[in-house]
Design a protein around this ligand. Structure first.
Ligand SMILES: [Zn+2]
Ligand SMILES: [Zn+2]
Length: 58
């Protein structure tokens, strides 16, 4: 069963809701995976980990 792109925050692993104020960008290291961060993690500057290459960034 495939759900409609259930996105998760790369930092806290919370499910993202479309109305959440999240940011999404390509991993600057491998440029393959999308890194998603919720507004909470962005405000707290919690590091994200790329699901593809394991790159950690602020
Ligand atoms: Zn988060
Ligand atoms: Zn990466």
């Amino acid at each position: 069963m495939e759900l409609k792109t259930a996105m998760k925050c790369s930092s806290c692993n919370d499910n993202m809701l479309s109305e959440d104020n999240f940011t999404k960008f390509k991993c600057p290291s491998c440029l393959k995976a999308d890194v998603v961060r919720c507004s909470r993690c962005r405000l707290k500057s919690i590091v994200y980990i790329c699901p593809e290459c394991g790159f950690k960034g602020p």
